[in-house]
Design a protein. Sequence first.
Length: 468
Amino acid sequence: MLTQRLAQFAIDTKAADIPSDVMDAARDAFIDTLGVALVGSIDEVGEIAFRYVNGLGGRRESTIWGTHAATTMAEAAFVNGIYGHALDFDDVHTNMHGHPSTTIVPATLAAAETVGTSGKDLLAAYAIGLEVGGKLGVAVGNGHYQRGWHATATMGVFGSTAAVARLLGLNVSQLCHALGLAASQASGMLKNFGTMTKPFHAGHAARCAVQAVLLAKAGFTADTGIFDGDDSFFRTYGEADVVPFEPLLDQLGKPWEAVSPGISYKRWPCCYCNHRSIGALLAMIKEHGIQGKDVQAVEIGFPPGSDTALVHKNPQTGLEGKFSIEYVAAATLLDGKVGIDTFTDVMVQRPDVRALMKNVKRYRVQIEGMYSGGVGFNDVLVRTTKGEYKMRENRAPGSPAWPMNAAERDEKFLDCAGRVLGDIGARRALGLAVDMGKLANAADLAKALVPTETIAQRGRAADAALAK
């Protein structure tokens, strides 16, 4: 059975057999995710999620990052997963068609903290989770996302389930049941992009993974062949381009998803489908001295599928602006940069931005195939009072083709985490994360995500931090 073979790989693979470059990639994913989750905790969606979960009064098992509160494994995974995706600043994986770490990291760290897992075993669990999510993402095909499913959640729930199952000691049979449980919870719609429900998808998937594992461990049953047969997950959730899963099982760890295609890290806190265009516009500004006041028109070409997630052409809020090339291009040209404070309601409503947005046009590049934010290119044209400038950008910023180096990784973490932990606390957390493979108990890393002083007015702290 295909499901059983997948579960055997997830449970039986030894941490010692996972290559060092894969473990390094897993470590970098933790660093990036923890940083963006900490700053996400003081975003409005993070505030609401925290109040909800903290009000449940659950058993204190796992840390709610950026706070002095703790809750059950499942609810910690939920709220921390929302934090990780709140700003859309988290990493991307092309095979999974989404954001892998915002589901896997919160779920695994919540479990590891509760049972006292070593840092090495935690990294191994992440690598296994990404391997499962990536291979399933290939199998379900591009049509799944194009149809309107949010693969961060629908694929992420399986990767997280496999990862948590390792940490909580499930056997192969139990994991098969857990995967069946996860399948009945796989959900998330692109229609909700630009709202608080998009990060909810990530938190929901992380929580569902933990719940599925705990229930299966307790004896709860599900169909143990959820990826087998005519009524499999692929047939239910996929379209005509579903890829046969059996050959993909032979490719588990050959190569590892963490290194091929690899994980892409965001330089800017918005939908990844914007990033090639941002990179191109910033390069054009630098090379040609373009000033926003001189821009008359912008044209951006997208190959098929590469702007599916950019659902807002006339955004009214900061959240909607994250999914709008019209806004992102206008803001980039007017400000000469993109950052956390680019995506507030006030910034989106600026008169000069509204005016320039009307002159930003996207169009479909007529080419065969299906592309995405991480795969493809953008053709960018900027027409100004001083001339017309064009370029094609094939690389996605932060991807293996245009990588973020260790110094840039650390700078991003410290900027994000420092807004919640302060500079000293952020540097301590970073040091533990960099060396997490040597930690005897991963709970030490979770504890480092707690501020040294209680933030009494989290909403007011959020306003101050995000204005920084």
